[in-house]
Each structure stands twice: as structure tokens, then as C-alpha cells.
Design a protein around this ligand. Sequence first.
Ligand code: OAD
Length: 266
Amino acid sequence: MSLQRLAMPGLRIFLTGAGVSAESGIPTFRGAEGYWTVGAREYHPQELATHYAFTQMPEEVWAWYLYRRAVCRAAPPNAGHLALVEAERLLGEQFLLVTQNVDGLHLRAGNSRERTFEVHGNIDYYRCSENCVAEHFALGEGFLPFAKDQKLSAEQQALLRCPRCQAWARPHVLWFDECYNEEFYRYDSSRTAAARAVALISVGTSGATNLPVQMGYIAAQRGAFLVDVNPEQNPFSQLAQQQGGSWLRESASTGLGKVVKAMQHG
Ligand code: OAD
């Protein structure tokens, strides 16, 4: 299937999921490696990544996040991330990256903050759990490394506090029992952008979350060209095929290499 339409002028949105970071060695969200033991019980990420779990066992939820953050920080960006940096360089203001990944790898690879919407947050940041202030703060070089099953020390617990009101700090990520919003997660901006896009390229996502799927449908309704990069079938690959778009059934790095080439040469 031809990718020529990717060279047309106008906003091109890249929508990324955990599959883009898989080649950097970060386990995907729904893969087998996400389980976590607290006491005698095994928890699935969908149980731990909730506001409810945080209210019940903040130390354990923080330990899980700090461990996952340490894994992310040790992972280097891969060729897929670098292709997206090249895409931004080529397209400038006609480029937007909307990522579900909280690992911060797109920013570390070199995409700009301005044109990267982290719609599920970023694991390198924290904010007040009581929302006393809208700002979020960098964890910086603290808490690294953090081993699997490590417990928080009393000193570490004391550091995980809101700098203003001293309530528990919380990871700056969207939890399963929470809703998207504009303030933290660029919800409205992402939807508005989808309605303007001439092309939407989804990469390495299972299409299990609400905003990304909405963006796919909005872009499709407006006649955008849809491309999906994923070795496995998913809602975006189906939508792309129904709309005369393209499914590149391959890894993020290989598929994104082709996409960027098509943007240059049609
Ligand atoms: P998932 O773990 O659900 O899906 C990963 C997708 O990546 C699958 O469709 C795989 O086929 C694909 N994949 C695996 N390796 C790949 C590779 N090398 N190249 C390309 N694709 C590959 O991850 P997400 O779709 O990102 O949200 O999950 C979305 C959201 O679900 C997460 O951000 C998280 C969770 O709910 C929150 O925590 C709010």
C-alpha cells in the first residue's frame, strides 16, 4: 500500500504506545512482566495504577512506580524514537506527537516538549495528591536506582511530599479510575488536533484507552490518511484498512523508518 499521502502538507499526528518502547527493553503494559507482589498477594498493573490503590497503600504504589521509573531511566531511546525526532525536524509545526507512554523516552530522544503531548503523564514527575497546586515537579536524580521489591525508607517517604502542603505526593500519571483532562493530560488539545490532521500515524498501541481511540475516529471522520504500525492486529490497523489507509505489520523502528522516508519523498 502506498504511503504517498504522507507527503501532503498539513498536520501529521503520531500517536504512540508501549510498542515503541518495547525495542528499548521496556515491557509493554499488557505483557506478562507487569505483575507486582505486595505481601502475599500478586497485583495486576490495572489494580495498582489506580487512585484507590494509592489511597490504600501509598508506599507500595510508590515503590512500584519508582521501580518502573528506574527501568525506564536505564533504557536508551531506539531507532523508532529517533525516527520521530527526524519527523519533527522535517515537519516543524506540521508535526505533533501524542504519546501514551509515561517513560519520557520521546523527550530524552530529542522531541520538543511543545510538540509532545504526554496524555498519560510522565513517570519522572510528581504532583500534590490533594491538588493544592496544579504544578508538577521533577523527581530528578533522586530514588535511582530502585530495585524490584525494594521498600521505601523513612527518608524516602519524607521526600515524597507536596513541597507546598506536605500531603503525599503522587506520580504524575493518569490512573485507571481517573479521567483525562486538559490541565494535566492535554485532552482537549489532542482532540482538536485530531480534527485538523491530514494524517494520523498510530504506532505500537493496542487501542485499549479512550482518548487515542477517539482521536482515530475523529481523524477518520475528517478524511485523514491513517497508517498503523504494529506487528499485531488492533483497532487502529482495522480502521486504517477500512479507510483506505495502510497497516505496516512490523516493528516500530522499521515501520517508522518507512513512514519518515515517505514524508520526505512521497
Ligand atoms: P499495550 O501493552 O496495551 O500494547 C502494546 C502494543 O504494542 C501491542 O499492540 C503490541 O502488538 C505492540 N507492540 C509490541 N512490540 C512492538 C514493536 N516492537 N513495535 C511495534 N509495536 C509493538 O500498550 P498501550 O497500547 O500503549 O495507560 O497501552 C495503552 C495504555 O494502557 C497505557 O498507556 C496504560 C494502559 O492503560 C494508563 O496507564 C493510563
